[in-house]
Design a protein around this ligand. Structure first.
Ligand code: ZN
Ligand code: FE
Length: 263
């Protein structure tokens, strides 16, 4: 059973999420772009690396696979992309498997990249009964990933898949982008009180060197402009950036994504 979930900071603003069981000392890490923080955790806590989960092919998420699999024999779950070396368990939409005694389900969430997948960990009632979403660079706190490979329609439907998991779902993103994302969220929705309150809280957390994650689907639904493309103020802001009327929700999403790219 998962009894610990901890973020290991890597590079400038990445988090490698680590999940382990205090009793069996079994560890799983998500998107180890750098092997060193994982090796340090294994040594400090005397853990056994059981598995690695990979969300997409970018090097800041996959860079540690070679070193970790050379040192430890572990399972490496990841998308069906032959371009990622070292994956030995290729998974796709709705695949399920057991991870440290918990159920995991895979969702395909193209947009940031075409191979992007997310992992939904449904924790045992005995260990907390929470749902934990590891979504890589798809959904961020108050933002979403850049569209390097997918279309706005793909990303928008991927985000809808994630919000369908329900408001209580805990969301573990792989970058600390919250503060900058909230500045943009306020530009989209200057009248959103929940966003103002969140920005004040996040500023305090960052001043104290604290992590701003995990977030929840519920909090994202009220403050994340990329999930609020039917909100009147978001539509108006998107239209003023685009310089004209926007046909639908996807067009609004595309406009705010393009605006954020240059914000
Ligand atoms: Zn990425
Ligand atoms: Fe990344």
């Amino acid at each position: 059973m998962i009894s610990q979930i901890k973020a290991l900071p890597a590079f400038d603003d990445n988090y490698i999420w680590s999940l382990w069981d205090e009793d069996s000392k079994t560890l799983c890490v998500v998107d180890p772009g750098d092997p060193m923080p994982v090796i340090k955790l294994i040594e400090d806590e005397k853990l056994t690396l059981d598995s690695i989960l990979i969300t997409h092919h970018h090097p800041d998420h996959t860079g540690g696979i070679a070193e970790l699999t050379a040192r430890y024999s572990c399972k490496v779950y990841g998308p069906n992309n032959p371009g990622i070396a070292g994956i030995n368990e290729r998974v796709a939409e709705n695949d399920e498997f057991t991870l440290i005694g918990e159920r995991v389900r895979v969702l395909e969430v193209p947009g940031h990249t075409l191979d992007h997948i997310a992992y939904v960990v449904s924790q045992n009632p005995k260990s907390g009964a929470s749902t934990h979403l590891f979504c890589g660079d798809t959904l961020f706190a108050a933002g979403c990933g850049r569209l390097f490979e997918g279309t706005p329609a793909q990303m928008s439907s991927s985000l809808a898949k994630l919000t369908n998991l329900g408001p209580e779902t805990l969301v573990y993103c792989t970058h600390e982008y919250t503060q900058a994302n909230l500045r943009f969220a306020l530009a989209c929705e200057p009248g959103n009180l929940a966003t103002h309150l969140r920005a004040t809280q996040v500023t305090k957390q960052r001043e104290n060197g604290q992590i701003t994650l995990p977030t929840t689907i519920g909090l994202e639904l009220v403050t994340n402009p990329f999930l609020r493309c039917t909100n009147q103020q978001v539509i108006e802001s998107a239209e003023s950036f685009a310089g004209g009327a926007l046909a639908d929700e996807i067009a609004t999403f595309a406009a705010i994504r393009a605006w954020k790219d240059e914000f």
